[in-house]
Design a protein around this ligand. Structure first.
Ligand code: DX5
Ligand code: ZN
Length: 220
């Protein structure tokens, strides 16, 4: 099996120490940046300046993975690309022009991701599946960190893993929400190639330890 990559979500970090927190997780393959507009989700997180700051603090080759929980994300793709995103992930529920959004991300030279809320039919993914670099399955309803993992995500991951393998797609399969040492192994077994984790990494004992613990849970 391919080794699973980790994507610490800075939503759970101590923002008074953003630079140090980002450096503490520099051994992770990805850095996950959650942008919320208070409209697509019932919360506002942060936007372009924080992304740019996180990018400056990150390891230069670390993949800056931007999860856009915003309505009509196509309006801001160019801005997030210039602010430091390497991959841009848009919700299928957030735009009537999903395929156009994917094309736009690719035209900006970035990796294109699509993401589904827990209540959204997986079929909405199929028309763009061959054109994306990343599929994200939400395992909580987006908007907040620290929520409980929804176990139906496991079956959804298995289904999408099958679809990607059927078409020979190299796209990453990511899962986000409630990821912990308890479920990391099962998520990898269900076909996830990237685990996003906020509160389980930036918790007690510091982010470096949180990252090590999650990595250890994967090799058990
Ligand atoms: C939720 C965000 C997640 C969040 C995950 O809307 O998309 O990336 O940071 O946080 P945890 O890992 O605490 O569930
Ligand atoms: Zn996220």
């Amino acid at each position: 099996a391919v080794p699973v990559k980790l994507a610490p979500s800075i939503l759970a970090c101590d923002f008074t120490r953003l630079g140090e927190e980002v450096k503490a997780v520099s051994s992770a393959e990805y850095l996950h940046v959650d942008v919320m507009d208070g409209l697509f989700v019932p919360n506002i997180s942060f936007g372009l300046p924080i992304l740019a700051a996180a990018k400056r603090a990150a390891r230069p080759s670390q993949l800056i993975d931007v999860h856009l929980m915003i309505e009509r994300p196509e309006r801001y793709l160019a801005d997030f690309a210039s602010a430091g995103a390497d991959s841009l992930t848009v919700h299928v529920e957030a735009t009537p022009h999903l395929h156009r959004a994917v094309q736009l991300i690719r035209a900006l030279g970035k990796r294109a991701g699509v993401v589904l809320n827990p209540g959204t039919a997986l079929d909405t993914l199929r028309p763009v599946l061959a054109d994306v670099d990343l599929v994200l399955i939400m395992s909580v309803n987006p908007g907040f960190g620290g929520q409980q993992f929804l176990p139906q995500a496991l079956d959804r991951l298995r289904t999408v893993r099958g679809w990607l393998d059927d078409i020979g797609s190299p796209a990453e399969l990511q899962v986000d929400g409630g990821v912990s040492t308890e479920n990391a192994r099962a998520l990898a077994d269900a076909g996830a190639s990237v685990l996003v984790a906020g509160s389980s990494i930036f918790g007690e004992g510091g982010a470096a330890l949180g990252l090590t613990r999650l990595r250890a849970a994967l090799t058990q």
